[in-house]
Design a protein around this ligand. Structure first.
Ligand SMILES: Cc1ncc(COP(=O)(O)O)c(C=O)c1O
Length: 409
């Protein structure tokens, strides 16, 4: 079986075949001996003689050289992710999604530069702006992704990159990525996007104007809540630079983790499709509940971000939020505690459902929470990551918990 890196093939076909080069799954005289690229555990790569060492190929992925440069298990995963990302020349792997975001920002930014970061960015991304980037002389300014005019006005000669996250992974606002990217590029600003929510299956970010697209593979690609990793994919202009910076930082992922990630990746399309269908049904159900002030699910008609989502996205995932009518923080805790089928934990994208509180107000600086149009008293949110349980069971669980909440509120 040849590896499938042909983007003309359907997503399912690419998910099945990507990264499975015969050179990695079998031996030269018995190609294709096993289905999956095996785990190559190696710090040392051996040369048969000095002539071979002297003639070793350039330091690029796909050539044995030294363990930090990877081996077939990591190369297979990177190649598979590149095959799934239209417009990508290569993918660099990082030990976490956070490392991927930082790896990309450290590739595009230099001391004295300004980074414009979307105000709905995931909290650790915001922390980079106030912490590590600041320590290295890079200034971060936040912008409201829904305010195009303010965004354009915020670009200054020192602005070198923007970081987008769409939908924002707490409050789910979708931003107009093509418009923001076009405005940034017109001013020579590099566009970096955290595309963890949709993955390239639902939003081919490079095709929509991003220069570098990042995923926390920990979420949908891993899919089983047992492995952490991140990726950054890019076209020609940035791919080599991303890899060089990652190598300079000494970044390498474990071949065991890469193998586990590849295993998860094969079923990502199926899981995303099922989780999207289930999440949408649950979002619809919640939107009709008297206890719920607002459902924040861009896949739901009428929800904030729906129009842009419907225009730009071909898929979604199981992650969305809803806001309780009135409530207190303690009553919301009671609701989350009353859920029997939802774990309480800070991740998402796994096969199992999760619930966490959403309180973005203290971290926002360029926009407000509650969102405009929402009642000021409706501010206690719950984020659900819908897994692969039966939708009817999850709805019954939510119904029970809302009754407990009503009694406590
Ligand atoms: C939107 C988003 N981006 C990035 C990350 C970071 O990924 P990781 O946990 O793999 O570092 C997360 C993790 O929660 C996330 O939600």
């Amino acid at each position: 079986m040849a590896h499938h890196d042909n983007v003309d093939l359907g997503t399912g076909t690419r998910l099945v075949g990507a990264g499975r080069r015969a050179a990695w799954t079998g031996t030269a005289d018995h190609p294709g001996a096993v289905v999956n690229p095996p785990i190559y555990r190696a710090s040392t790569h051996l040369y048969p003689n000095m002539a071979a060492l002297r003639a070793h190929p350039a330091n690029v992925d796909g050539n044995f050289y030294y363990g930090r440069r990877g081996a077939p298990t990591q190369w297979a995963l990177a190649e598979a992710l590149t095959a799934l990302e239209p417009g990508a020349e290569a993918t660099v792997l990082y030990p976490s999604g956070v490392a991927a975001i930082m790896g990309a920002l450290m590739t595009v930014l230099r001391p004295g530069d300004v980074l414009l970061m979307t105000d709905n960015a995931y909290e650790p991304s915001r922390a980079m702006g106030c912490g590590l980037l600041k320590d290295f002389g890079i200034e971060t300014r936040w912008f409201d992704p829904a305010d195009m005019a303010a965004f354009e006005a915020a670009i200054c000669p020192r602005t070198k990159a923007i970081l987008l996250e769409s939908p924002g992974s707490l409050t789910m606002e979708v931003c107009d990525v093509p418009a923001l990217a076009a405005a940034a590029k017109a001013r020579g600003v590099t566009v970096v996007i955290d595309n963890t929510w949709a993955s390239p299956l639902g939003f081919p970010a490079l095709r929509h104007g991003a220069d570098i697209t990042i995923m926390s593979l920990t979420k949908h690609a891993g899919g089983h809540s047992d492995v952490m990793m991140g990726s950054a994919s890019a076209g020609k202009a940035w791919a080599t630079k991303l890899r060089a910076r990652a190598q300079g930082l000494g970044i390498v992922v474990s071949p065991d983790d890469a193998w586990l990630m590849l295993r998860g990746l094969r079923t990502m399309g199926l899981r995303l499709a099922q989780e999207t269908t289930s999440a949408l049904a649950i979002a619809e159900w919640l939107s009709a509940r008297p206890e719920v002030a607002r459902v924040l699910c861009p896949m739901l008609p009428g929800s904030p971000g729906y129009n842009l989502w419907a225009r730009d996205f071909s898929g979604g995932c199981g992650l969305f939020s809803f806001v309780l009518k009135g409530s207190t923080s303690a009553a919301r805790d009671t609701l989350i505690d009353a859920l029997g089928l939802f774990g309480i934990g800070f991740s998402w994208g796994g096969f199992e459902s999760l619930a966490t509180p959403v309180d973005p107000a203290p971290i926002r600086t360029a926009s407000t929470w509650p969102l405009s149009g929402m009642d000021a008293g409706d501010r206690f949110g719950v984020r659900l990551s819908i897994g692969l349980e039966d939708t009817s069971d999850l709805i019954a669980d939510l119904e029970r918990a809302l009754a407990v909440w009503s009694a406590a509120a």
